[in-house]
Design a protein around this ligand. Sequence first.
Ligand code: GCO
Length: 255
Amino acid sequence: MSIKLFDLTGKTALVTGSSRGLGRAFAEGLAAAGARVILNGIDEARLEETAASMRSSGFDVLTAAFDVTDETAVISAFETFDANGIEVGILVNNAGIQFRKPMLELATSDWQRVIDTNLTSAFLVGREAAKRMAERGAGKIINVGSLTSELARATVAPYTVAKGGIKMLTKAMTAEWAEKGIQANAIGPGYMITDMNEALLANPEFDAWVKARTPARRWGRPEELAGTVIYFASAASDYVNGQIVYADGGMISVL
Ligand code: GCO
């Protein structure tokens, strides 16, 4: 008997911020498990480029360009899904930006921009998805946290606060939506090899610190997160709610 627990055939997954980086890795993992994936971002050209690449791998890919921080745009996007008979059964709230500056020098506008993109967007998109999931009595929401959901690092305060909020938003979603058949959980990636971390990877001291501070003694590769997102998107996690799983080489578990 082949295990169907992790099979996403017949499911549609929306992954926000998925034209590159972790979002693209999540989309590719879900597609490989059988899901139709909807790529999201604000750069239509980049979205189409990623979609074409994934389709050449045989994946079923749609694109939806909208700004996840714009409530009107989010509502309109889901109305378009409705009009086209597209049921988002899996949502990965991945969209996020990084902005590194000490708080004493941080402009409020930069603080707000990070909070809006990394946290409020998860509420805006999550609310629209959950309205429809609740009607169907089923849904999977996977929020993307961070090591900074638990621990702070100097110069990334708004990112840290947003990611801490992602952890608690996941629990708030559980408190209100688990009874509606929606499982909300989170993934906490460690230090991953992505464009967002390019400056850190290029910094020999920071690179050495990550390798010394991580029990696995290396940075993570985005594709190494696919298994966790498939787990949370599949029937294998139907009785799992409000959890955050750290895929971080062990960093969060040691001093
Ligand atoms: C930073 C990094 C981190 C990692 C990740 C760790 O500046 O410290 O960008 O935020 O990207 O979030 O989990």
